[in-house]
Write a protein that binds this ligand. Structure first.
Ligand SMILES: Cc1cc2nc3c(=O)[nH]c(=O)nc-3n(C[C@H](O)[C@H](O)[C@H](O)COP(=O)(O)O)c2cc1C
Length: 185
């Protein structure tokens, strides 16, 4: 299986990174690619509107390869810390480049990526106990924009007080997700 992960965290070894590590350690025999959204290789969408009339995106940066990886992915996993109840700015900046898919559909009546079924999941790390409904909603919107289903949102709450590894129910949810992916679900 081809698994494409977007890590929206700024902290390299922070909670989001640790949750992803715990997940990927349990994945066996897959091709895993991780996009680090904060590494500045991908510009945010500049609304140049090239994609309103032309196929593809005019910005020739790291996102061109990521578009190919999205096309070929079996599973897409979006991971982010919760910032003000939303996903991180870094993840949102990279995801803004999905505008290319939206405009292909809306302006040029071209449906991209329908040839392949993708599954999707989201992982959120949050310091507090809040529901972070905007972040949940946004994760679903982004997965659907990539023609991926929203199979599960794993929301690790309370990271300010408890290490992610000590959160047993989250460890269980990560294990279940890894099992599903390993079984070729
Ligand atoms: C700017 C900022 C905003 C935050 N907003 C929220 C929030 O709205 N709700 C919440 O539960 N935690 C919030 N937090 C806490 C982070 O979500 C939490 O520390 C998270 O585990 C950090 O993950 P990371 O180590 O991968 O960056 C915020 C942290 C920062 C820096």
């Amino acid at each position: 299986m081809k698994i494409l992960i977007f890590n929206g965290a700024v902290r390299k070894n922070g909670d989001t990174a640790q949750l992803l590590q715990i997940l990927t350690e349990q994945l066996q025999g897959h091709e895993i690619d991780t996009v680090y959204c904060d590494d500045k290789k991908i510009s945010p969408c500049v609304d140049c509107r090239f994609c309103w009339k032309n196929p593809g995106c005019a910005l020739k940066d790291g996102m061109q390869e990521v578009y190919r990886k999205i096309d070929n992915a079996d599973w897409i996993i979006l991971a982010s810390p919760v910032h003000f109840d939303e996903i991180s700015g870094s993840l949102m900046q990279v995801m803004s480049r999905l505008q290319m898919y939206c405009m292909a559909r809306m302006m040029r009546k071209e449906e991209l990526m329908q040839d392949r079924k993708r599954k999707g999941a989201a992982i959120l790390a949050a310091g507090g106990p809040g529901k972070a409904e905007p972040a949940h909603r946004m994760m679903k919107v982004l997965l659907h924009t990539m023609h991926a289903s929203d199979e599960v949102i794993i929301h690790c709450k309370g990271t300010d007080r408890k290490a992610v590894q000590e959160n047993e129910s989250i460890m269980d949810e990560l294990k279940q997700l890894a099992e599903r992916i390993n079984q070729g679900d």
